[in-house]
Design a protein around this ligand. Structure first.
Ligand SMILES: Nc1nc2c(c(=O)[nH]1)N[C@H]1C(S)=C(S)[C@@H](COP(=O)(O)OP(=O)(O)OC[C@H]3O[C@@H](n4cnc5c(=O)[nH]c(N)nc54)[C@H](O)[C@@H]3O)O[C@H]1N2
Ligand SMILES: Nc1nc2c(c(=O)[nH]1)N[C@H]1C(S)=C(S)[C@@H](COP(=O)(O)OP(=O)(O)OC[C@H]3O[C@@H](n4cnc5c(=O)[nH]c(N)nc54)[C@H](O)[C@@H]3O)O[C@H]1N2
Ligand code: SF4
Ligand SMILES: [Mo]
Length: 761
């Protein structure tokens, strides 16, 4: 790998939605990359940019290491009759993929082919993937991993505001806040440079963090910087109903704002009436006095200072995540925040292109420009841009969990047949989807699985065909960060010979499949088409060009193309200043109900399992587990457990434990795992990490590890009925001591303890 120029290339970090600006240049010292790597490494430097102000986290600093990683895929791999993956030429690879598509569709119809995309893909790739699925494959079966990430917040935002943009204001606006209510978000680990934007609120003593753990972010409230509220997991909805109750009861609402800018107050008043503070205290464990103080502080700050309410996955990744986010938005609306100069509501988008990835058509129900696939006008517009008859665009597909559950399913009187041939672009579902055991079974039941990746991820290991693609610093494109700001990703190095861009792959496959329309393989040409396709939609990019972005303009969508002769549109850093996106311009207060309380622990050793992230690892860990320093810092999965609970169970710090679904515990049978008891259901094997930073009724697992260490062995397939979001944050589990055969435990990350289903056959 050689840097393309001697001057550093200005680009952005490959990982999260903060999209910290960095430059990539030749290493001054000629330092070499990781062991076994070839060529000089690139030097990463932070660049000045509003989101990160030169700061990067450990993942960003070490990102370039993967460009020269010895495990980098550089040839297509095809599984032979003997079950082995072997290198083949691109011609053989693509012809085989096209033949498998034809075979599956001839036997089972167009929807027998599916596509699973990712929120890390550039806008160009996400756009072309949606078009590829609908036109080249002719299937409705496309969805993506953002369903596991942003879908609840998106659904709630659409419902309340008529539009969904993570932060409807620039991140730097937060600097003026004297109060920030941060619900279910651990930015100190998930977006470390973001913490600087909390400085104003901390200085004013107004950072309020809601998390059942004393997370690194909750710890930022120490020394008078704010308050940590630690409700029982999955009681945030009740907590928020309780805060709204106090605001209404004590007359703290912004009456003129609510009257002028919202609809639905009457039903909202009725819905929060039963949630008086003492009742909320009983359900959540948060003292009533603290609830009153919190509501009072929010209202004071909204009136006389600056106040923001922000949500993260901790309150969103629930079977009632949409309603919980709605309750947070309701509170913000009662306080008069969204669209005002005194604050706002936002959700912190997750993946690098978590925002853009949900706008251009890789969602099952959506066409580019954040258009609805069921809307005749939207279909006509996109069909025109694509030069196809409207009927050529299939209808809506199914959300991610349902798509994965359909893999290999034969047709029955109740249900149509499932997907038989699947393309995966930018997701590692064998680690990150709920109930990974079922997902692996589904992948195993497919006739053909194609995975595009640059590493042999756990999902790629299951594939029949692996196609090696480009990494971030090898490609051009655009990303849309958590503020809805469109950024340029730039090519700093040449890709290894043998790897190909996904645009090129789609272009070639579309030709082999005799697809209508065009599939350009040049990113800027794709972006030009995306502009047209998005024009007039909610997420309108038509006024944005590579030239404007390259000139350093800060362009937040919507940014429509200006009329001829008019100056270019400056983009929309702040949405909602004048109106919300519903036809009448008003926001909706939507009355939501609290869920039935979780049952009191009936089983000895029962806990609520929350899952989430560690600073050092990114998502399924496919990338960061390959970075030496990050893997060394967090080599294996650890279960956070309160010392009092551990003492009750006789579990010492560092001891092996197994975590399994509570409902599995009533059945006893062999599960093949070493340990004192034998269960039929999959368990997670982890070391206990005793910490007083978690509630005694709650345990926590990061989901970055594969095999027996995968947290998603115990999560389940239930989803939010509105958004399709899985319940990742509340699983009832039992924790018990495990005796582990050192031969198993000693293996790196326990990954190899679970053979690929291909190897099992
Ligand atoms: N280091 C790192 N950074 C990342 C990522 C990564 O994988 N690693 N991924 C990126 C992506 S895609 C995303 S989506 C973001 C996610 O960023 P965050 O939303 O900050 O991440 P999580 O760790 O999933 O969840 C945040 C917190 O929710 C808490 N929580 C769990 N259950 C509940 C609950 O019921 N109520 C409340 N109030 N809190 C709860 C957890 O204890 C945790 O501290 O991070 C992005 N940044
Ligand atoms: N239990 C539990 N599970 C969770 C969560 C949780 O909090 N708890 N969080 C959920 C959330 S918020 C998310 S976002 C998901 C993410 O989960 P995943 O979808 O597994 O995310 P990644 O690990 O980023 O997987 C991306 C894969 O694509 C590859 N890749 C990266 N860039 C590209 C590219 O441009 N093209 C292609 N073709 N491949 C690329 C990477 O090498 C990697 O193998 O996990 C979800 N799963
Ligand atoms: S905070 Fe996110 S974007 Fe910034 S360096 Fe870390 S991983 Fe990269
Ligand atoms: Mo995410």
């Amino acid at each position: 790998m050689t840097p393309r120029t001697q001057t550093p290339t200005a680009t952005h970090c490959p990982y999260c939605a903060l999209q910290c600006a960095m430059s990539l240049g030749p290493a001054a010292s000629g330092a070499s990359g990781p062991a076994g790597a070839s060529g000089p490494s690139l030097e990463v430097a932070g660049r000045d940019f509003p989101t990160n102000r030169r700061g990067l986290c450990r993942k960003g600093w070490t990102a370039a290491e993967l460009l020269t990683h010895p495990e980098r895929l550089t040839e297509p791999l095809l599984r032979g009759d003997d079950g082995e993956l072997r290198p083949v030429s691109w011609d053989v690879a693509l012809e085989r993929a096209a033949a498998e598509v034809r075979k599956a569709q001839a036997a089972h119809g167009p929807d027998a082919v599916g596509v699973f995309g990712g929120g890390g893909l550039t806008n160009e790739k996400a756009y072309l993937l949606g078009k590829f699925a609908r036109l080249a494959l002719g299937t409705s079966r496309i969805d993506y991993n953002g369903r596991f990430c942003m879908s609840s917040a998106a659904a709630a935002g659409n419902r309340a505001f008529g539009v969904d943009r993570g932060l409807p204001f620039p991140v730097e606006d937060l600097g003026a806040a004297d109060t920030i209510l941060l619900l279910g978000s651990n930015v100190a680990e998930t977006m470390p440079p973001f913490v600087q934007h909390l400085a104003g609120a901390r200085a004013a003593g107004g950072l309020i963090v809601v998390d059942p753990r004393r997370s690194a972010t909750a710890a930022l409230t120490a020394d008078g910087a704010g308050t940590h509220l630690a409700p029982a997991p999955h009681t945030d909805l009740i907590l928020l109903l309780g805060l709204a109750h106090i605001v209404l009861n004590d007359g703290l609402l912004d009456r003129s704002y609510v009257a002028e800018r919202t609809e639905g107050l009457g039903a909202l008043i009725r819905s929060v009436a039963p949630w008086w503070p003492e009742r909320v205290q009983a359900a959540t464990g948060v003292p009533a006095t603290l609830l009153r103080e919190t509501a009072g502080r929010l209202a004071r700050s909204a009136r006389t200072g600056s106040c923001y309410i922000l949500t993260g996955r901790g309150i969103e990744q629930h079977a009632d995540g949409t309603d919980t986010v709605t309750a947070a938005i309701n509170l913000a609306l009662l306080l008069g925040l969204p669209g005002s100069a005194r604050g706002g509501y936002g959700t912190l988008t997750g993946q690098g292109n978590g925002q853009g990835g949900r706008e251009h058509g890789q969602k099952s129900d959506q066409l580019p420009g954040y258009r609805k696939i069921t809307d005749p006008a939207a279909r006509a517009h996109v069909a025109h841009v694509w030069s196809v008859p409207e009927a050529a665009i299939p209808g809506p597909g199914v959300p991610a969990v349902e798509l994965l559950a359909s893999l290999g399913r034969p047709a029955s009187p109740e249900k149509p047949g499932g997907v038989r041939c699947l393309f995966v672009h930018g997701a590692n579902v064998v680690v990150s989807a709920p109930d990974v055991t079922a997902v692996r079974e589904g992948l195993g039941a497919l006739d053909f699985l194609v995975v595009c990746d640059f590493f042999l991820s756990e999902t790629a290991r299951e594939a029949d065909l692996v196609l090696p693609v480009l990494q971030w610093a090898e490609e051009e494109g655009t990303m849309t960060n958590l503020e809805g700001r469109v950024l340029r990703r730039r090519r700093a190095v040449d890709p290894p010979a043998g790897a190909r861009s996904e645009l090129w792959i789609m272009n070639r496959l579309a030709a082999l499949l005799d697809a209508p329309s065009s599939f350009p393989d040049d990113p800027e040409t794709v972006f030009e088409e995306l502009r047209l396709a998005s024009a007039g939609g909610l997420a309108d990019y038509s006024g944005i060009t590579y030239a404007r972005l390259d000139a350093g303009e800060a362009l937040h969508w919507p940014c429509p193309e200006a009329a001829p002769g008019a100056p270019p549109h400056a983009g929309t850093p702040r949405l909602f200043a004048e109106r919300f996106a519903h036809p009448d311009g008003r926001a909706r207060l939507v009355a939501v109900r609290a869920p039935a309380p979780l049952p009191a622990a009936p089983t000895a050793g029962a806990f609520t399992l929350a899952t989430g992230r560690l600073l050092e690892h990114y998502q399924s860990g496919a990338q960061t587990r390959r970075v030496g320093a990050l893997a060394a810092a967090q080599p294996e999965v650890r279960l956070s457990l309160h010392p009092a609970a551990a003492a009750r169970l006789g579990i010492a710090d560092g001891a092996w434990v197994r975590v399994l679904r509570e409902r599995a515990v009533v059945v006893a049978a062999g599960d093949g795992l070493p340990g004192p008891s034998a269960r039929p259901e999959p368990a997670v094997l982890a070391r206990a990490e005793l910490t007083a930073d978690i509630r005694p009724d709650t345990v926590f697992l990061p989901f970055h590890f594969p095999g027996l260490a995968a947290a998603n062995r115990v999560t389940e397939q239930g989803t939010d009925p509105i958004s399709g979001m899985p319940e990742f944050k509340t699983t009832r589990v039992v924790v018990e001591p495990a005796v582990v055969d050192p031969a198993v435990a000693g293996q790196p990350l326990l990954a190899s303890a679970v053979p690929s289903h291909r190897e099992e056959q």
